[in-house]
Design a protein around this ligand. Structure first.
Ligand code: AMP
Length: 176
């Protein structure tokens, strides 16, 4: 593995049994607090998307709100938040999705995108993929030209990547 990825993996903190027993929580705050790691993440994400004509970076609440705007400024793109219900002030559209226990929903402003936008959706971590799949469905309702998906970390053993259709290009920085 290249030395930059090794550095990121070494710097990622694992918290066993958080927030519930059995979960190995990947704590990305230890990447963000290290100036070298933060710069590496910014550079790696920029390299992935610099030639794709991205017009908007879309961050998923809340850990997608950290690297999302950093990537947006690197790409000279705009930044759009996807949020939990009741947080966005203007007119929204919504997508519901099932979680392990019950259902959840996410929203985006109705006027966030148009059909000329090329977007990349970003979140910190891919587990089952349920959240990001719902975000893709939500964003597609606004008919952007092209949708890319990005994560810092993919938990390989959960095979969350298989939930995405073939038209969706999914890129992750670290596959662990
Ligand atoms: P999922 O919809 O199952 O792919 O879950 C993804 C969302 O849950 C992301 O927003 C992650 O931040 C969070 N998440 C799920 N599992 C973990 C984990 N093991 N460590 C850190 N965050 C997680």
């Amino acid at each position: 593995m290249d030395k930059n990825k090794e550095k990121l993996i070494r710097s990622l903190r694992n918290i066993p049994d958080f927030p519930i027993p059995g979960v190995q929580f990947k704590d990305v705050t230890t990447l963000f607090k290290d100036p070298e790691c933060l710069q590496l993440l910014s550079d790696m994400m920029y390299e992935m998307y610099k030639d794709k004509g991205i017009t908007k970076v879309i961050g998923i609440e809340s850990r997608g709100f950290i690297m999302g705007p950093i990537l947006a400024t690197r790409l000279n793109a705009g930044f759009i938040p996807i949020r939990k219900p009741g947080k966005l002030p203007a007119e929204v559209i919504e997508e519901s999705y099932s979680k392990e226990y019950g259902t959840d929903a996410i929203q985006i402003h109705k006027d966030a995108l148009n059909e000329n936008d090329v977007v990349v959706l970003h979140d910190d971590l891919l587990a089952t993929g349920g959240t990001m799949k719902a975000a893709c469905n939500l964003v597609r309702k606004l008919s952007p030209k092209k949708v890319y998906v990005n994560f810092i970390i993919e938990l390989k053993e959960l095979h969350g990547i298989d939930i995405f259709d073939k038209d969706t290009e999914v890129e992750t920085i670290l596959s662990i």
